[in-house]
Design a protein around this ligand. Structure first.
Ligand code: GLN
Length: 447
């Protein structure tokens, strides 16, 4: 049924870059046999899933939304794909995304824009916009995305879904085409928090192939659904609601705060003083790491090679100038600039120091609160084409999401109403490292 839907409605949203029809039917049949033979399997066995196209799938085209990887067929699976397959998940296809996960609207993909199923004139958010659109349009029951500065949470907010950005180090990044390695984390996107929890408990846990992997055992959320948040301390950073946020988003999130209070939580206002530095620090660090990570696409070892090239240097120059899109190039240049001698101390080093302060400001908050409630994005999904020519405005819209990645913390994004334009509004619940269970429990009480 999902494959049929992907075929017939898929083109309206352009959620998928690749649909794996035969492979999916084949896998489903094999799993059915194992279930018929009485094998006890994970709750995800036989359940289809869509995965973002920056996750390596063995023998299946993996593009990261870039022309650079138009013909890249990885010889191996990402660890999360191995884990899903072991659990019996059926992979339906690979979803569209902003090129190399750089963006917030899925308009920078080489494979065309993705549309928001709630209103196809609007963006689905990004960079995991294809995964969000696939789930929202019921072309997949859940999906995997990656979140470097909001790319799971913001498309979930724009498409009325729930998504989890896990604690850094809890899900293996092996086989995730890197954007900014110290910020990247893979996570689930689904219609509710229970589905996301089921997926996260399969994909999380230690992996020797990722040196930043730290969670010993996969998460176990079996006790997260008791529906009781009495006495839980929830902090609402009131300076998050003062400037640059639209009224409808503000009201929806503050109404959610009242609902938590109604359910017995202790909700208090406080301030996170570092918010104004989050976007500049993030874009310096993310671009710096991206410029280094994307240097591997040189026309020789990986991906696209220009036929205009006739010597070594022109192979580099031509392949990179033809293979990368505008946004990727902008970030490579920004990143190379902040890392260059003479500017390193003023920008990159400074940004790392600011990152430390941001971390500290959250640690202080967690001395008082178990959960922090915040908006995901200052506005709801906007019209396609409306913001793409103003990169600075798009960067600024990441204000609520990027500090979570800088601090390595977990956050759950979930729907909390609708905006004036009829599009969904999302809120996020932020917790201290490895408190996913608390966040899931809190989200479950609300939804
Ligand atoms: N919008 C942010 C950026 O463009 C976040 C992207 C992401 O999380 N991959 O960098």
């Amino acid at each position: 049924a999902f494959l049929d839907a992907a075929k017939s409605e898929g083109s309206a949203t352009n959620a998928y870059i690749t649909v794996l029809e035969e492979e999916a039917l084949d896998a489903a049949e094999k799993i059915q046999k194992r279930i018929d033979q009485g094998e006890s399997m994970s709750p995800l066995a036989g359940v289809p899933v869509a995965v973002k196209d920056n996750l390596c799938t063995k023998g299946v085209k993996t593009t990261a939304g870039s022309k650079m990887l138009e013909n890249f067929y990885p010889p191996y699976h990402a660890t999360v794909i191995d884990k899903l397959s072991d659990a019996g998940a059926v992979i339906l296809g690979k979803t569209n995304q902003d090129e190399f996960a750089m963006g917030g609207s899925t308009e920078t993909s080489y494979y065309g824009i993705t549309r928001n199923p709630w209103n196809t004139d609007c963006v689905p958010g990004g960079s995991s916009g294809g995964s969000a659109a696939a789930v929202a349009a019921k072309l997949a029951p859940y999906a995997l995305g990656s979140d470097t500065g909001g790319s799971i949470r913001q498309p979930c907010a724009f498409c009325g879904l729930t998504g989890i950005k896990p604690t850094y180090g809890s899900v293996s990044r092996y086989g995730l085409l890197a954007y900014a390695s110290s910020l990247d984390q893979i996570g689930p996107m689904g219609k509710d928090v229970k589905d996301c929890a089921a997926a996260l408990s399969v994909i999380s846990g230690y992996d020797i192939k990722d040196s930043t992997s730290i969670l010993e055992k996969p998460f176990d959320f079996s006790r997260a659904f008791d529906g009781n948040i009495k006495g839980m301390k929830i902090g609402v950073p009131k300076n998050y609601f003062e400037i640059g946020i639209s009224e409808d988003v503000k009201n929806a999130v503050l109404n959610a705060a009242k609902e938590f209070e109604h359910q017995g939580a202790i909700v208090e206002e406080f301030e996170i003083p570092t918010i104004e530095y989050a976007v500049p620090a993030y874009y310096i660090i993310a671009c710096a790491e991206a410029s280094s990570n994307l240097s591997r696409y040189d026309g020789i070892k990986f991906g696209y090679r220009s036929d205009q090239a006739n010597d070594l240097l022109s192979t580099f120059y031509q392949s990179r100038s033809e293979g990368f899109g505008k946004e990727a190039k902008r970030r490579i240049m920004l990143g190379s600039f902040v890392l260059s001698s003479g500017y390193f101390d003023a920008y990159y080093k400074k940004a790392l120091q600011v990152r430390g302060l941001i971390k500290e400001s959250f640690q202080q908050a967690f001395q008082k609160y178990q959960v922090i409630l915040s908006p995901v994005s200052p506005g709801t999904a906007y019209k396609i084409g409306e913001q793409i020519s103003d990169p600075l405005a798009m960067y600024l819209a990441d204000i609520y999401t990027v500090s979570i990645n800088l601090a390595g913390l977990p956050a759950v994004a979930l729907p909390c109403g609708f905006g004036e334009n009829g599009m969904p509004v999302g809120m996020q619940l932020i917790g201290n490292a490895f408190t996913e269970e608390t966040l899931i429990k809190t989200a479950y009480c609300y939804q």
